[in-house]
Design a protein around this ligand. Structure first.
Ligand SMILES: Nc1nc2c(ncn2[C@@H]2O[C@H](COP(=O)(O)OP(=O)(O)OP(=O)(O)O)[C@@H](O)[C@H]2O)c(=O)[nH]1
Ligand SMILES: [Mg+2]
Length: 263
């Protein structure tokens, strides 16, 4: 990882600008902390991706927060291309993120794991080629639901005129994570599931949902809306499964074998 970070830092220094991709569900915790100092000295747009996973009202609150701080932000849904136009060279120029449109553009994509960096690259490339009236080139960057898919730094063209390139990079994890940040990152898929006990993660989720008074799931489990006890919730889930089996909603399998198994 140290080697990858060193390479990324070198490439940032020679790039025109940086797109830092964060997860819209954790706009602060998903900052690329290990290289923040370097990023603060570059022209940068903070892309808050996975906007589909937060409420529009939250989006506007966070947009104001970043804009008031002087940051340039764009909310995207990379999988479906929402707001991708804001990252095209002409728009980057209009927003003061690049100074010229008559020469080659090199743009670094950085972020913590699993924020959608590679997905964004594929979408930008498709959009960029269409923008230049070129045939859609298809997917080039590997993507996947688990963190750590991209292992190497690679450069990908995404626009023809001006010739524009994106540099895909492996996700950079913060070194000294505190417990709460670790749980938020695990819950949003930025760190591997094998590193955290799912029961601890579920308890954290229950706590967060209760703080946001988002407790419809408890009503569905016939539990009081102030229940925060994981044991009670797991028992209610067990009862829910049994009741749904009995009513035929879960599945319609017979429990007996047609032919008794031979010994
Ligand atoms: N809901 C939602 N999912 C998305 C969005 N963009 C990407 N994803 C999903 O997020 C997961 C991670 O996407 P990647 O593009 O591989 O993420 P990455 O940042 O390149 O990940 P690493 O290479 O592991 O650092 C995939 O399952 C994508 O389909 C989005 O806008 N909304
Ligand atoms: Mg990737």
């Amino acid at each position: 990882m140290a080697e990858a970070v060193r390479k990324i830092e070198q490439r940032i220094k020679v790039s025109d600008m940086v797109i830092e991709v964060r997860d819209a569900r954790i706009p602060l915790t998903s900052e690329c902390a290990r290289i923040q100092e370097l990023l603060a000295r570059k022209r940068r747009v903070i892309v808050l991706n996975k906007q589909d996973l937060i409420l529009p009202s939250e989006r506007e609150k966070w947009r104001k927060f970043f804009t008031d701080k002087g940051d340039t932000v764009t909310f995207t849904q990379a999988v479906h291309g929402a707001n991708i136009k804001e990252l095209m060279p002409s728009e980057l120029h209009a927003r003061g993120l690049i100074s010229r449109l008559d020469r080659t553009l090199l743009c670094m994509i950085v972020g913590i794991p699993n924020t959608g960096k590679s997905t964004l690259i594929n979408t930008l490339r498709n959009f960029g080629y269409k923008d230049g009236k070129q045939k859609s080139p298809g997917k080039v960057a590997n993507t996947g639901a688990l963190p750590g898919v991209t292992k190497h730094v690679s450069t990908i063209q995404f626009h023809v005129k001006p010739p524009s390139f994106l540099v895909d990079t492996p996700g950079i994890v913060k070194m000294d994570l505190d417990v709460i940040d670790g749980l938020k990152l695990a819950l949003t898929g930025a760190i591997k599931d094998s590193l955290i006990d799912p029961l601890i993660l579920a308890e954290f989720l229950i706590h967060m949902l209760s703080m946001r008074q988002s407790t419809n799931y408890l009503t569905e489990l016939s539990l009081p809306t102030d229940c925060t006890d994981l044991g009670e919730i797991l028992t209610a889930v067990a009862k829910f499964l049994i009741a749904n089996y009995r009513s035929g909603k879960l599945c319609k399998y017979t429990l007996d074998n047609t032919v008794p198994e031979s010994i």
